[in-house]
Design a protein around this ligand. Structure first.
Ligand SMILES: [Mn+2]
Length: 462
């Protein structure tokens, strides 16, 4: 890939009229922020647009150079390329075109995709990481931390709890630059910097435990363990090693009591994982923990406020940071309301089939139905996936699926299953093993459910 990076640098240096298209999630926003920083520093005028994948096929190219980041490999982006135009793609998703596709074209086509080089795009590097290596080519290795953030947002570490391959190089660069501290095998509970521990613990939902969605119980447990909470505001980030150890033992014990034997071997993977602290951010700020930071990035993407997220990444910690906090707050409120609505009468709203459970999320915005589905998991049977439906503006159905990480550790890849089943009913779908989604025709909901349910026969625990 290093020759490709040298060529990308050459193409950028020799272009003046530049447009960037990037994806609307944390990875895409990080990619856009890195590219924009490179172009700023090179004094290149440029435009950035954050888009959904569906607008890219047969797109009209209107600039001398168009850069696609965290997308482009899987879309027909060059059907309207004109003589002399230039295209750079930095993407880690499965490519439609081969490495030699560029030959004999009257426009410049450079696609940097790890999969062309035998490097996995799910665990080893994502869009923001690819953009970081481009920034390194220009000599800007101070952007390493954004590359790392993108990988956290893209869940590149979820299977093993740590980074591998090119991601490990990015991590090391960020450590060497003084931007990052990695705590190996830390307690892996969301909300390390900002959530009171008794709240953070109550969101544990990979297995339904007495503490799940029950803050009275989490407070009782913490007291029993002798973990002093200082007026209930202590966060995971403030715990001593000894307290973390006690908490680990408690979680490990209660999970092993709650799960079938075959899952016991995955328990430590469920509660331990590397944690990432951005050393240059204020203590107690949600920007200090990479998971919390990535959630804020995604909140912006889901509310069409990507510019705010990007400006924070590019360094604006005054105005844009205020805006980011406001977006995050509003986002959390919307989510809490929707969850309240579904769970107020969980018995009748969450319908359980033999191998799955689902709820009708009509009225929930398609952009946030996935997040909500993930949180609903804590209110139902963790041994089956949960599917949420909501209508799209174009009268289709958006489908979101979430499941306990235990199911994916056990080898089920729901992203692949949903791609197939959605395709069978005339839709499209895909995603990660434990978090994925699809778009299907409105009238195909029942067929989708029954096909999905059948597809899972014998795959879940019985
Ligand atoms: Mn990505």
């Amino acid at each position: 890939m290093s020759e490709q990076y040298a060529e990308a640098r050459e193409i950028i240096t020799s272009s003046d009229d530049i447009k960037v298209y990037s994806h609307i999630d944390c990875d895409g926003i990080c990619s856009g922020a890195i590219l924009s920083t490179i172009l700023d520093r090179q004094n290149k005028e440029h435009e950035i647009e954050f888009v959904n994948l569906d607008v890219l096929d047969d797109i009209e190219l209107t600039h001398e150079l168009t850069i696609f980041s965290d997308l482009g490999s899987g879309q027909r982006i060059d059907t309207n390329a004109k003589n002399g135009q230039k295209i750079i793609i930095l993407d880690h998703h499965p490519p439609l075109r081969d490495l030699d596709y560029r030959e004999g074209k009257d426009y410049t086509y450079l696609e940097i995709n790890p999969i062309h080089h035998g490097i996995d795009g799910s665990y080893c590097v994502c869009g923001g990481g690819l953009c970081y290596f481009l920034s390194k080519e220009f000599g800007y290795d101070d952007l390493s931390w954004i590359g790392l953030l993108s990988a956290v947002g893209d869940m590149q570490n979820t299977t093993t709890g740590h980074f591998e391959g090119l991601n490990e190089i990015i991590q090391q660069d960020a450590i060497d630059g003084g931007y990052l501290e990695v705590n190996k095998n830390d307690l892996n509970i969301y909300g390390r910097q900002t959530r009171p521990l008794f709240v953070a613990l109550s969101y544990f939902s990979d297995v339904k435990l007495p503490i799940t969605n029950n803050t009275n119980e989490t407070m009782a447990v913490l007291e029993e363990l002798g973990i002093e909470e200082k007026h209930k505001r202590k966060t995971l980030g403030q715990l001593t090693m000894e307290d973390k150890q006690k908490l680990y033992q408690y979680l490990s014990r209660s999970i092993s009591q709650a799960v079938p034997g075959k899952y016991v071997k995955y328990i430590s993977r469920l509660i331990l994982g590397d944690s990432y602290t951005f050393l240059q951010e204020d203590k107690g700020s949600f920007l200090r923990d990479a998971s919390e930071f990535s959630t804020a990035m995604n909140a912006c993407g889901r509310n069409h406020k990507e510019e705010i997220a990007m400006e924070v990444l590019k360094g604006d910690r005054i105005e844009s940071l205020d805006d980011l906090e406001a977006v995050s707050l509003e986002h959390r409120r919307n989510i809490a309301q929707a969850i309240e609505k579904v769970t107020a009468d969980a018995e009748s709203n969450i319908i359980e089939l033999e191998n799955l459970q689902y709820f009708d999320g009509t009225g929930i915005k398609p952009e946030i139905v996935g997040t909500i589905t993930g949180m609903i998991l804590g209110y139902c049977n963790w041994q089956k996936p949960i599917i949420g439906f909501t209508q799209t503006e174009s009268d289709g159905l958006k489908v979101s699926l979430r499941c306990s990480r235990l199911l994916s550790y056990d080898g089920i890849h729901f992203g692949n299953i949903i791609r197939q089943v959605a395709g069978d009913v005339g839709g499209t779908g895909g995603g990660h093993s434990m978090a994925c989604g699809a778009y299907i025709p409105l009238e195909k909901k029942e067929e989708f459910l029954s096909r999905f349910n059948n597809e899972l026969n014998g795959k879940l625990i019985n």
